[in-house]
Ligand binder design. Structure first.
Ligand SMILES: Cc1cc2nc3c(=O)[nH]c(=O)nc-3n(C[C@H](O)[C@H](O)[C@H](O)COP(=O)(O)O)c2cc1C
Length: 172
């Protein structure tokens, strides 16, 4: 079984970020889970949403060694759909019966796949992911960023994509 999975969250499936992850996923031969197709609601202190798609998705993710977090940069941060998913990992810290699931994230490696209209991705954007991974005990594997200021131009990212794919493969 492939040891890598991508979770994708953009306001459009076929936009810049979608095209970038389709390319990477076809090279790695991995599946992409579109968070936009999941019914995952915002964090709730009372956990009334515990039966939505968050826990089944997590069960799926736990089958893999590497998880790619795929999002455009929206206002210096992850997309809203990605943020909702990240917030919900707090359920794993809060709910006693879910703590063991949270601990199973500890041996995973996470990568960030992102696009923006800036030459480099903001360090604050990456730092928020790195800090979140560290808090959850997940290793950070690295990131790939595509500058889409003049639209999505795959030729510009060929070397970066090759390097990224190599680093994901080497981690296995
Ligand atoms: C709501 C919104 C906020 C954005 N904020 C930023 C930003 O803070 N920095 C940046 O460089 N690009 C920003 N962009 C540009 C997107 O990151 C860029 O166009 C990205 O490639 C879009 O990916 P998508 O096609 O998957 O949505 C923003 C775009 C949108 C729609």
């Amino acid at each position: 079984m492939n040891e890598t999975i991508a979770i994708f969250a953009s306001a459009r499936r076929d936009g810049n970020t979608g095209k970038l992850i389709d390319w990477i996923a076809s090279e790695l031969d991995i599946d992409i889970i579109d968070l936009g197709k999941k019914n995952i609601s915002a964090f709730d202190y009372d956990h009334r949403n515990i039966n939505d798609d968050f826990l089944p998705l997590l069960d799926e993710l736990l089958k893999y060694k590497n998880i790619l977090f795929v999002t455009p940069v929206y206002w210096y941060a992850a997309s809203a759909q990605m943020k909702v998913f990240i917030d919900r990992t707090s359920d794993l810290l809060d709910v006693e019966e879910l703590k063991s699931i949270g601990r199973r994230l500890r041996n995973k490696t996470a990568y960030v796949v992102c696009t923006s209209i800036s030459p480099e991705v903001d360090s604050s954007f990456l730092t928020s992911f790195k800090d979140m991974f560290e808090y959850l005990g997940i290793d950070y594997g690295g990131h790939i960023h595509a500058d889409c200021e003049n639209g999505y131009d795959p030729h510009k990212y060929t070397d970066d994509v090759k390097k990224f794919i190599q680093s994901v493969k080497c981690s296995l």
